[in-house]
Write a protein that binds this ligand. Sequence first.
Ligand SMILES: Cc1cc2nc3c(=O)[nH]c(=O)nc-3n(C[C@H](O)[C@H](O)[C@H](O)COP(=O)(O)OP(=O)(O)OC[C@H]3O[C@@H](n4cnc5c(N)ncnc54)[C@H](O)[C@@H]3O)c2cc1C
Length: 495
Amino acid sequence: MEQISSEQIFAMRQRDVARALRQVLPEHCVLHNEEDTRPYECDGLAAFRQLPMVVCLPENESQIIATLEVCRRLQVPIVPRGAGTGLSGGAMPIADGIVLSTAKLNKILKVDAYARTAVVQPGVRNLAISEAVSAHDLYYAPDPSSQIACTIGGNVAENSGGVHCLKYGLTVHNVLRVRVVTVDGDVVELGSEALDAPGLDLLAVFIGSEGMLGIVTEVTVKLIPKPQVARVIMASFDDVVKGGNAVANVIAAGIIPAGLEMMDKTSSRMVEPFVKAGYDIDAEAILLCESDGTNEEVEEEIARMTAVLEQAGATAIAVSQSDAERLRFWSGRKNAFPAAGRISPDYYCMDGTIPRKRLAEVLIGITHMETKYGLRCANVFHAGDGNLHPLIMFDANQPGEFERAEAFGAEILELCVTVGGTITGEHGVGIEKINSMCVQFSRAELDAFFAVKRAFDTRSLLNPDKAIPTLHRCAEYGRMHVKQGRLAFPDLPRF
Ligand SMILES: Cc1cc2nc3c(=O)[nH]c(=O)nc-3n(C[C@H](O)[C@H](O)[C@H](O)COP(=O)(O)OP(=O)(O)OC[C@H]3O[C@@H](n4cnc5c(N)ncnc54)[C@H](O)[C@@H]3O)c2cc1C
């Protein structure tokens, strides 16, 4: 009897799933040919790729509900996707699953300038919200560097941050309500138009849940008034330790800047030829400290921050004299990730958070790791939040370099945990940091995370195998990975 190959079995399954989806979605909203699905094979973490079986692009909430009904019936895993700018593989497809893109749900449904809120669909780009409400002198505060492209649905799923989140909060602090379709097809609203909602705070549970608990179909965001004026200080330091300590000193002085970011020498040398912002390329560290508010408030805060920075040992200080100059000072920081492509064929952007007062020692630790792994690393990050973004440079064409970059990244995250921090700040866990979750959390904590997932997604169809590692996975990682002479999960079998 003729044997059926695994390719033939996959092709039959793909045809059946695509056909079932075309019964509930318009023909042009279901893609399954390789040339159409290839653009969805990865997110911003391009080192990991997987072609999806089918891509769906529903045009409204009813079509999302219908798509989920088909997936339940045929037992097909679902990977939600916004713009695919995520850096932890959260939107990376699963071979036998669909990608459910919200790109076509891209309307701003309502702007209420008096209540200072906007209701938007999940595929609306972050920056598009601020552009749409600009005429009311309002804006949406969380500003990821990817804001020109990333969607509010992705921001909710990752609890995204940005330069202004130190003062104005992360996504979780700027979203009032989300409308969600659960995998069972139920529509639920979490949060409310008011500042609080009755019952358990499931909105906070949902924000940052990385597409594992439901599909966001509508988001109500808070808007805030544009400040009268904003100015930024650019301060140089001849030593990263002094720069790191200056960050802690600014906050300790009771100042919450509108932004407090740091670039090391590798970063400023990387971006300066690209943006020509006037960075001091001989400085070991540059701090950018923004103040916003009324003219009087900004003048006073700039003077206070200048004094703290001088006392911390700044070797040069420049204050923006116009908004054009302020944006020029920020341009290098905002373009640092793409600029890495100028000096390295590939780079790996890590994301961990540490207590501010440990900044200097962690930066020194990363320098030692550069020697250990034989790879360069640039540091450009949200210093005020203690949120590091080491950019590890490597060449994927050189055998072993990617593996070394991965090990380098994992060791940075371990150092973050050791000094009392976390393995992620704003990019999420996805597939990238799933092993590092075993370092951060105990077995009981991981069990609790799975229990929350199961409460929303009993069938485990939504973005399975992302963000929460199985105990089996941790045991495998633990076998390879003995920390300070101790196994992370000593009670689990070691193969
Ligand atoms: C150059 C660059 C700079 C960046 N800078 C920052 C930064 O400063 N701060 C920051 O926080 N991040 C930053 N990021 C990371 C990324 O832009 C954010 O994580 C962003 O929120 C992802 O949005 P997205 O629409 O691209 O989502 P995607 O990458 O498509 O998806 C991200 C996650 O959200 C889930 N998801 C998407 N839409 C939905 C939905 N409707 N319902 C349920 N789940 C959904 C996906 O399953 C996935 O798990 C940067 C990325 C790049 C490439």
